[in-house]
Write a protein that binds this ligand. Structure first.
Ligand code: PEP
Length: 253
């Protein structure tokens, strides 16, 4: 089936733990100057928590939205170092990344945590970008479909209304490695995810599935041509405004 135009493309920048204050401001300004007025692609910047306010002020009169890289599932309390969904809402976030593989692998985030965060994000009307994907070992032992299926089931356990939800397929072996999935490899998994959505909701054609993993200006267009790739979650290349803008451009075609 060809790409369904009902899904507006979305390209999100995950700055991870990068940028000092002045760099973050300059990067946000450059992104606004290059792609802040277009309306064909939903563009989201996810800076480190500490720059959410600064970046929010810089993008506020543009078509770019603010997102966070993580959140806690509780509203408040004795959770030193954590940030709640309510805090993110009150600083102007519209989106939140949940279950990024770095959170899962480096900080012990479980499928159960992802599900709790997702449910909380929906209750405060933050739009979650739910990340999932297999490791290299899992891919090489032909377990990709099984892994993403299990991650999908756990993440969306108890969810029937998918309004506002975005999924990001991010093969762990492609994140920050310079080795992207081929368009065919990505489409294969996106199709599985679309079918899983179809089993859950009549709205499955409306839900955006992003690809993430070493997306660059020179591979974005081929990836975006795939029927079920509705945009990108971009790490490294989002730290250069020109590269990020070129990736956004690739999702307009
Ligand atoms: C990411 O952090 O989600 C990511 C995809 O990183 P990179 O683009 O650097 O692979």
């Amino acid at each position: 089936m060809p790409k369904n135009p009902i899904r507006k493309p979305l390209v999100a920048a995950n700055w991870k733990m990068n940028t000092e204050r002045a760099e973050a401001a300059a990067l946000a300004k450059n992104v606004v100057d290059s792609i802040g007025r277009q309306y064909k692609v939903d563009v989201v910047l996810c800076p480190p928590y500490i720059w959410l306010h600064d970046v929010g002020m810089i993008i506020r009169d543009s078509n770019i939205s603010l997102g966070a890289q993580n959140m806690h599932w509780e509203d408040k309390g004795a959770f030193t170092g954590e940030i709640s969904s309510i805090m993110l809402k009150s600083i102007g976030c519209k989106y939140v990344i949940i279950g990024h593989s770095e959170r899962r692998q480096l900080f012990g985030e479980t499928d159960e945590n992802v599900n709790k965060k997702l449910k909380k994000a929906l209750t405060v009307v933050l739009m979650p970008i739910i990340c999932l994907g297999e490791t290299l070992e899992e891919r090489e032992s032909n377990r990709t479909a099984e892994i993403v299926t299990n991650q999908f089931r756990s993440a969306f356990d108890g969810i029937s209304d998918f309004g506002g939800i975005t999924i990001a397929y991010e093969p762990v072996w492609a994140i920050g490695t310079g080795r992207n999935a081929t368009p065919q490899q990505a489409q294969e998994v996106h199709k599985i995810l679309r079918q899983m959505l179809q089993n859950k909701t009549a709205e499955y054609e409306n839900i955006r599935i992003l690809y993430g993993g070493s997306v660059k200006p020179d591979n974005a267009a081929e990836l975006y041509k795939q029927d079920d790739i509705d945009g990108f979650l971009v790490g490294g290349a989002s730290l250069k405004a020109g590269d990020f803008a070129a990736i956004v451009q690739a999702a307009m075609i």
